[in-house]
Write a protein that binds this ligand. Structure first.
Ligand code: 26V
Length: 816
């Protein structure tokens, strides 16, 4: 039933409506009758942005007057997704906008859908950054995000003949209504060049960085609204362009084409986001991107700081820099350069200030993802920074020698410079010693950093190491993605859950109320029907909404073990064919991208699609089993899948997934979890109750033990007939006429040691799956457990996480 709008509401509606028409006409040059959905989207977005802009100036002024410490969250990735719905909700304009559009004869949902996702990130790390800036604004923290305005975001994925094909993601950032370009704040970033060793007038060593080239960084502000609090912060995204004087020299010598090429090269810096899991060795452009981001951000940091104080000793009182992984670790070196070279601060004082300002978050234990950059590349690109790194290292090695004079080996193993086979800078070590805090992103992960990743650093400086378990914003992941669940929560726990998610515990007392459980079941069913329609539209596959929706949605990677999931599906398929699988119906939903150069991950995608093709077209199993691979996983697709999930797959090899965040989003939306004791799964299981979490597999400790002892995956393969039958089907031609196609997977599992323990965990996984499916047939008790799961998820709001950073890392006084 619709409420009739009050006179005041009517006034607001007509104002908004007129503003939309105004923007259509004067900013976009169209009339309502000629406007496309995307024009109307832009017009509405511009209106919303105006309301944000007013709040932004007020917020900045208020924070400035209060002399608040400013937090700079530097990240190479911000995986924002769409913004319209989120900004409307947070600015309190949602209902007004809906009615205003309706009065113009425009369908609100069509307009919302026409917005392209801003996919400036790969996955968990980038989406975490987006959740964090949302929470900082909601908590009224003076915090801004700093990133790169990539012209091309993460590639689009198409599935052709079962295989991933990558297409460029041109998200038309030049026309994004959310971005405000500030040409007048353009900054000069030097690169390349050489060092001239000179002395100043007092005879002190004063090296000069000479003959550098100049890149121009242009900031663009994307405004970030807090929820319903009039706080608006910003996400600053820098784009690179050539300076006019870039190669005046070459122009003057008449080498026009060379000069133009150089200009293009400098603009390439912000051209494209690198996909994760790519090998970076020798990727000069990536190191340039990292430095470019850091250099631009630090110019903003210093500019803001000097508005508050002229005394550099006060830097840590007014500035905190959070490094999202090692990608922006050069901030440490750039800050040292600014303090020592530009402001002639004594080295020891500069180092102390730098450490007190910077903090580093580690997001991975995977050795291949730990950044190391060749010294040669540094010499070429950032010669002065390399000198500073050497000086930091020289002093650090002296400290190690004083600490453990008898351990000469530590001088090599802890050095910032790896000597062989090629000299490289170890970015994680630089980030650790240049920061006052180093945190992991879930309890287990933070422990493993200390015990396995950098134990010597931990022993040298134990007070630095802390944990901040990840969280996700309930505004996007419940309120926006699942409006029906949101209304349910408003009704049963009160509207305050949006900013105080711990209130979800109130649901516990309702677990025996049949009406409430029925209501929750209805919401899930509605969301499942909606997703089924998307699946049918995208793939032509008909899905039974009564079936259990089992979802694994994340980047495709061997350690995340989508392969284990599909092996179980194959096993189930074979069982049903043999009349051994009397089960209730089930749909396995996969979605995720593989890095373009990661052959095994791409082959796993192809296997999933081939199994889907076989299973979905086999009338003998059709009533019981379906497999779906949804192409082009992105934030907006996740918002459709997550509310519809019954079972959440969190099945990484224990000790490999730093935290995971889809585990949190799915559980908050009422999915039960099947998972290993890895990352934040452990904390989620404790929070939701062990009875609501299907745990399986070896623990991180057991995995480490087995790795150390050495094992034969071939023996594991032989020891279990069901497993053998399943694995053999990969090369028997059941799923593809070309029997050799999936043999690399077969051999990885059987002959090459199965590094991620698929075979070892298979049996335990199948048991857990069987239990979940059996339990699912008792609908009432399943939904009761879904309710209990939701009620336990309060601590996984990113608001809690940001409060943690604020208190333990940024200094309590900045957060009130
Ligand atoms: C590595 C690289 C290397 C090639 C260039 C691009 C690139 C981009 C990212 C990375 C490292 C990715 C690390 C990462 O995404 N970690 C994830 O962080 C999530 C948030 O903390 C966490 O939930 C996931 O468990 C963790 O895998």
């Amino acid at each position: 039933m619709k409420n009739t709008p009050s006179t005041q509401d009517k006034g607001q509606i007509s104002k908004l409506r007129n503003s939309i028409l105004y923007e259509l006409k004067y900013s976009l040059g169209v009339t309502l009758s000629t406007a496309s959905s995307s024009d109307i989207f832009s017009a509405l977005a511009l209106v919303v942005r105006r309301s944000q802009t007013d709040d932004y100036f007020l917020t900045r002024e208020r924070h400035h007057q209060a002399r608040k410490k400013r937090i700079y969250y530097i990240s190479m990735e911000f995986l924002i997704g769409q913004s319209l719905r989120n900004n409307l909700i947070n600015q309190g304009l949602m209902e007004t906008a809906k009615v205003a559009l309706e009065s113009l004869g425009v369908d609100f949902e069509v307009i919302v859908k026409s917005e392209e996702d801003a996919a400036l990130g790969n996955g968990g790390l980038g989406r975490l950054a987006a959740c964090f800036i949302d929470s900082m604004a909601t908590l009224d923290i003076a915090g801004s995000g700093h990133g790169i305005k990539y012209e091309y975001g993460l590639f689009h994925q198409q599935i052709q003949d079962g295989q991933q094909v990558e297409k460029p993601d041109d998200w038309h950032s030049a026309h994004s209504p959310w971005l405000i370009e500030h040409q007048s704040q353009a900054m000069i970033i030097p690169l390349y060049g050489r060092i001239v060793e000179v002395e100043d007038q007092q005879g002190n060593y004063n090296p000069m960085w000479m003959d550098w080239k100049i890149i121009i960084g242009v900031p663009h502000d994307y405004l970030v609204s807090g929820y319903n609090n009039h706080t608006v912060n910003s996400l600053r995204l820098y784009s690179a362009c050539a300076s006019d004087s870039f190669d005046i020299h070459i122009f003057n010598h008449g080498d026009y084409l060379n000069a133009v090429n150089q200009k293009i090269a400098s603009e390439n810096i912000s051209k494209v986001l690198y996909p994760s899991d790519e090998v970076l060795a020798g990727k000069e452009l990536r190191l340039t991107q990292e430095y470019f981001l850091v250099a631009c951000t630090l110019r903003d940091v210093m500019h803001d700081f000097f508005l508050l104080s002229n005394d550099l000793n006060q830097l840590p009182e007014f500035v905190a820099i959070q490094l999202n992984d090692t990608h922006p670790a050069l901030a440490i070196v750039e800050l040292m350069r600014i303090l020592v070279d530009e402001h002639t601060v004594d080295w020891d004082i500069a180092w102390d200030l730098t450490q007190r300002v910077c903090a580093y978050t580690n997001h991975t234990l995977m050795p291949e993802a730990l950044e190391k950059w060749s010294v040669k590349l540094f010499e070429l690109l950032l010669p002065r920074h390399l000198q500073i790194i050497y000086e930091i290292n020289r002093r650090f090695l002296l400290e190690i020698h004083r600490w453990r004079p008898e351990r000469a080996d530590l001088l090599a193993s802890m050095s910032l410079i790896e000597e062989t086979p090629e000299k490289k800078v170890r970015m994680a070590y630089l980030a650790i010693i240049g920061s006052h805090k180093v945190n992991g992103v879930a309890k287990l992960h933070s422990e493993l950093i200390k015990s396995n990743l950098v134990p010597d650093f931990y022993h040298l400086m134990p007070e630095k190491f802390t944990n901040q378990t990840n969280g996700v914003t309930p505004r996007r992941w419940i309120q926006q993605a699942n409006p029906r669940l949101s209304a349910f929560l408003d009704c049963h726990v009160g509207q305050e859950w949006v900013t105080d998610l711990t209130l979800l515990t109130k649901l516990k007392s309702l677990a025996n109320e049949r009406d409430v459980i029925a209501e929750l079941a209805e919401i899930k069913k509605f969301n499942k029907i909606k997703l089924s329609q998307i699946i049918t539209r995208q793939q032509g596959i008909i899905i039974n909404p009564e079936a259990m929706f089992d979802c694994q949605i994340k980047r495709i990677h061997e350690y995340k073990r989508q392969l284990l999931n599909i092996l179980y599906v194959i096993n189930l398929y074979l069982k049903i064919l043999n009349g051994r699988g009397a089960v209730s119906p089930k749909v396995h939903i996969f979605s995720g991208k593989a890095a373009p150069g990661y052959a095994m991950a791409k082959l796993i995608i192809q296997l999933i699609n081939q199994v889907a093709l076989k299973v979905n077209n086999d009338p003998r199993v059709n009533e019981q089993l379906k497999v779906v691979f949804l192409e082009d996983y992105k934030v907006s697709l996740a918002e459709n899948i997550i509310p519809a999930a019954d079972l959440s797959e969190q099945i990484s090899t224990a000790g490999t997934e730093a935290s995971g965040t889809s585990n949190m989003k799915l559980a908050m939306n009422g999915a039960l979890t099947i998972g290993t004791l890895d990352g934040a799964n452990i904390e989620i299981r404790d929070a939701v109750g062990h009875e609501n979490f299907y745990v399986f597999g070896l623990s991180a400790e057991q995995i480490a033990e087995k790795r150390a002892k050495g094992r034969s995956s071939y023996d594991e393969y032989l020891s279990n007939t069901e497993l053998k039958e399943t694995v053999d089907s990969l090369i028997s031609g059941v799923f593809h006429a070309d029997k050799a196609l999936f043999s690399p997977i077969f051999h990885m599992l059987v002959s090459h040691g199965d590094h991620y323990f698929h075979l070892a965990d298979f049996d335990s996984y199948c048991h857990a799956q069987y239990q979940a499916l059996t339990d699912y047939s008792d609908t009432y008790s399943w939904h009761k457990r879904a309710l209990n799961t939701i009620s336990g998820m309060g601590e996984f709001s990113s608001d809690r996480t940001i409060r943690g950073y604020s208190k333990d890392i940024w200094g309590e006084d900045n957060f009130k």
